[in-house]
Every structure is written in structure tokens, then in C-alpha cells.
Design a protein around this ligand. Structure first.
Ligand SMILES: Cc1ncc(COP(=O)(O)O)c(C=O)c1O
Ligand SMILES: N[C@@H](CCOP(=O)(O)O)C(=O)O
Length: 468
């Protein structure tokens, strides 16, 4: 690690300190915690003003450079971002649309797999290539998906020589388009596993494999989920992009974010720590509302996962909430470790009012099926916009929360509506067509294995199939 490298430590305080290349390749910290930079870098208002007019690639490199210091220069980052975002179907990469006098949509779904995950995962694919090339290292990626991370990660690494990927999704709980986007990629380094269980079960198995010496020893594991710091870092950029277009830093902005694993909205929190004037981050959940309960009244208690029409948000245990808890605990690793261990044992955690008030940039709202459908209908009938269900939930929250009328509220549009054609048709009467690049998706051959929701079965499968 170079002397001036940005350093990363674990939220649980008991893992190796790494530089940017180290955290990117490692994924989950050795003590089970999540890596974060040892301090949040901060831009002055003048530095943010100087970002006005940069195109997305140049902006991305400028915003991310403080996190890659000592490992990648801003110029090197620009080269990687250019390669990553070349496959996006919109020249603005993340176009911003106005809905009414206060509300805006930030479209994050113009990447190859039609969800916001591409913004980070296309870059992560480039980063892996950069850090592995010239070495004889081989990475085995184990990931869990409730529908979108899976295809975006597979697209980013399919066919790469030094990487093999095992992606777990909950059987029959993702949309047919989402499943086919993963299971029709037949590259030999891609393994799709449908597990009998929920996304939470899949995510727990993935984390357990990282700590299992019988797996993470013979294999060198890495992560594509948002437990990997590089994922979040790339997502910080679009908060800057939207806010700059709306007049930041001279104006404060609110964002409404459809939330499941707390990664996307945590990236907004990071943008605020870096000096972007964010008025509020609205955490929008579906009926799997643990985050809404936690932020509204301190009750972070797990209940069963209910399948909904917004399946990518059918999550209860939100990985990145630990990164927020770490900050709310005053960045105290021992306190965070004790809190997380107690939660893992009991499935319950109380967050006191003083601690919640430290995180008062967040507000939250929960949308049920009717709220979601009404918001989707409003967007279609009043603005001519066909939204996917996840975006519908965030738009419901954006309109329900009382944000002062002079503050623009940007709803993150996280997926293309065609990924959820049946739910969109039920809500709006419109059946969105698949974009040209996926037009023959339903004619392609699928390949995946179905496994019981049992850790040993999944671990044995990975060990048997992985090429060492
Ligand atoms: C379309 C869509 N919207 C929202 C979310 C929730 O994002 P996060 O898990 O980062 O909170 C997901 C899943 O990550 C998703 O796929
Ligand atoms: N909603 C996600 C769940 C995984 O979240 P991640 O951001 O941690 O990868 C999905 O679509 O897979």
C-alpha cells in the first residue's frame, strides 16, 4: 500500500486495512464487516461548482478520484469509465426528466441489462480486469440477487478469463425477464443457481462462504454485491450528476430512492458527506419495510419476506445498513460488531432516538401495492411516463413526503419498465416492449440449477464446479 493511498477499514474493526485495489478484490472484510474509507473525503462548494459542465465520464473520474488515491489517478479512472459507459444506450448515461414543477426522474436504466446496477457493475468489470491483468490470480465471485444485480454482474464478467461467477437467485421470485437475462448467458465462467428460499437466505449464504475457510481458502472469493465498496463508490456519482444539473451547490436537492439492500441510498449519504448539499434522502420501501420501521421508530426487526410486484426490493436484512450504523456509532468498530452480533443472534435491533437523530438526513416511507400502482398510473396519465414498479414506489414516497416546494425532489428510476411487463401492464394498461438488444430473450436457451435453501448444498455445488 502506497504512503498516500486512501485506506479502508472494516465496520467491525478487526480486519486488515486495505487500499482501493485490495477492497475491490476482497469484497467482504475478513471479520464479516463491510469496508469503508477511514474518512469521508470532502469537496468545497468551489470544487463542486468546477464540476459543472463535465460530461458523465469526466465527472465520474473527478468524484471517485479521492477514493482511489495512490492506486488509480483521475486520468486512469477516466479511461476505465469511458470503457464502462460506452455500452450505455443514452449519451447522457443517466438522463434527468422533469415530471412537474417539483419532481424529477433520474433514469438509471440505460445500461446493457436495463437497471441501475449497470452503472456500478460495468465499472467493476473494468476494475477487476485492471487489477488482475498481469497477475496469475483467479477470482471466484459469489453473489446473491433479487433480480437485477445478477444480470448486471454476469454481463460485466461473462467470458473474462480470470473470473468465475456463481450467482444465487430466489427460485420463482424474480420476473421472467430478470431470470432469463441471467440464465441465457451460457459462457463457461457463469453459473446460475436458483435456491429454494428468499433473497435474504441467498445473501446469508454468500456472506457465510466468505467466512468459510473450506471455501475462501481453496478459492479466492470476491463480491459483486454492494458489500463491495467499489459498487457504492460508482453510485455516488449520479447524485452529483443530477444535483449539478439542478443548480448545486447553490441549491439543495432531495432524492427519493427505492430501497432494499440500502446500497443506493447509502451512496446518496456518501455524496452528502462529500459536501453535496442534500436536503433529504427519502428511503422508499415496499411492504418488506424493515428500513422504514427502523428509521421511523427504531425497530429493526426481521420478519418473513413477502413476495411483491417489486421483487428486487423483497429484502429484509439490508447489508449496507451496517455501514450507516457504523457512522451513527461514531465509527466505532467494536460497538458495531457487538450490535451486529446481537442482531444476527436475535433478528432484532433497537435504534435509540439519539442515534436516529444523527441520521436525520434520512426520512422514510412505505408503499403497498395500491400506493405503487397509483403512482405508476399518475406518472403515465399526467406525465406520459411508464415506470417500473420499484420506481413507482419511490415516486409514491417522493409525492407523499412534505418537502418544501422550492426544493427539487429527484426520484431514482432504477429499472426499465420492460423488466416487469406484467406488473406494469396491470397498473397502467401499457405493456412495455423489450428494447432491441433483448428482443429475442424469450427464444434463447436457459441454463441454471435449482438447489435447496441449504448452505451445505450450495457450498458443495460451488466447490465441485469451480475451476481452480
Ligand atoms: C430495480 C431496483 N430498485 C431498487 C433496488 C434497491 O436498491 P438497494 O438494494 O441498493 O437499496 C434494487 C435492488 O437492489 C433494484 O434492483
Ligand atoms: N436488489 C438487488 C439485491 C442485491 O443488492 P446489491 O445491491 O447488494 O447487489 C438485486 O437486484 O439483486
Amino acid at each position: 500500500m502506497g504512503n498516500n493511498s486512501t485506506e479502508y477499514f472494516s465496520t467491525r474493526g478487526n480486519a486488515d486495512i486495505l487500499d482501493f485495489a485490495g477492497v475491490t478484490l476482497t469484497g467482504l472484510a475478513g471479520d464479516g464487516g463491510l469496508y469503508v474509507p477511514t474518512h469521508w473525503p470532502r469537496f468545497t462548494p468551489e470544487q463542486i461548482k468546477a464540476m459543472r459542465g463535465l460530461d458523465y465520464v469526466a465527472l465520474a473520474a473527478r468524484v471517485m478520484a479521492p477514493f482511489t488515491q495512490g492506486v488509480l489517478s483521475e486520468d486512469e479512472l477516466q479511461g476505465l469509465c469511458k470503457a464502462a459507459y460506452g455500452s450505455f444506450a443514452h449519451s447522457a448515461i443517466v438522463p434527468l426528466k422533469q415530471l412537474d414543477s417539483q419532481h424529477f426522474l433520474l433514469e438509471l436504466f440505460h445500461g446493457p441489462t436495463l437497471a441501475f446496477k449497470d452503472v456500478a457493475l460495468q465499472l467493476l468489470g473494468q476494475l477487476f480486469e485492471r487489477f488482475l491483468s498481469g497477475t496469475d490470480k483467479k477470482l471466484t465471485i459469489v453473489g446473491a440477487t433479487s433480480g437485477d444485480t445478477g444480470s448486471a454482474a454476469i454481463d460485466a464478467v461473462a467470458g473474462r478469463d480470470q473470473i468465475e461467477i456463481f450467482m444465487l437467485h430466489p427460485h420463482d421470485r424474480v420476473s421472467d425477464v430478470q431470470r432469463r437475462q441471467m440464465t441465457t448467458i451460457l459462457a463457461p465462467n457463469v453459473h446460475n443457481i436458483a435456491i429454494e428460499g428468499s433473497f435474504d437466505d441467498a445473501q446469508a449464504m454468500v456472506k457465510r462462504m466468505f467466512g468459510d475457510r473450506d471455501v475462501n481458502g481453496p478459492l479466492t472469493l470476491s463480491a459483486v454485491n454492494s458489500i463491495n465498496w467499489a459498487r457504492l463508490m460508482a453510485q455516488v456519482v449520479y447524485y452529483f450528476a443530477a444535483a449539478l444539473r439542478l443548480g448545486s451547490p447553490d441549491r439543495t436537492i432531495a432524492f427519493s430512492v427505492p430501497t432494499g439492500n440500502f446500497g443506493d441510498v447509502f451512496a446518496g449519504y456518501v455524496a452528502a458527506q462529500m459536501g453535496l448539499p442534500i436536503e433529504r434522502l427519502i428511503v422508499a420501501t415496499n411492504v418488506n419495510d424493515i428500513l422504514h420501521r427502523a428509521l421511523a421508530n427504531g425497530d429493526y426487526s426481521v420478519s418473513g419476506v413477502t413476495p411483491t410486484a417489486a421483487p428486487s426490493m423483497d429484502i429484509q436484512v439490508s447489508s449496507n445498513f451496517e455501514r450507516l450504523l457504523f457512522d451513527l456509532e461514531g465509527r466505532n468498530g467494536a460497538a458495531t460488531l457487538a450490535r451486529m452480533k446481537a442482531f444476527e443472534a436475535s433478528g432484532q435491533m433497537q435504534i435509540g432516538p439519539e442515534m436516529r437523530s444523527e441520521g436525520d438526513i434520512f426520512i422514510s416511507a412505505r408503499a403497498d401495492a395500491d400506493d405503487m400502482a397509483l403512482a405508476m398510473r399518475w406518472a403515465y396519465e399526467h406525465c406520459g411516463e411508464v415506470l417500473d414498479p420499484h420506481t413507482g414506489i419511490a415516486l409514491h414516497a417522493a409525492r407523499a413526503e412534505m418537502i418544501a416546494p422550492h426544493i427539487p425532489v429527484v426520484t431514482l428510476a432504477t429499472a426499465h419498465p420492460a423488466k416487469f411487463r406484467n406488473a406494469v401492464e396491470r397498473a397502467t394498461g401499457v405493456r412495455p416492449a423489450l428494447p432491441q438488444r433483448l428482443a429475442n430473450l424469450f427464444e434463447r436457451e436457459e441454463r441454471f440449477d435449482i438447489l435447496p435453501g441449504d448452505y451445505d448444498a450450495v457450498r458443495d455445488y460451488v466447490l465441485a464446479k469451480a475451476v481452480r
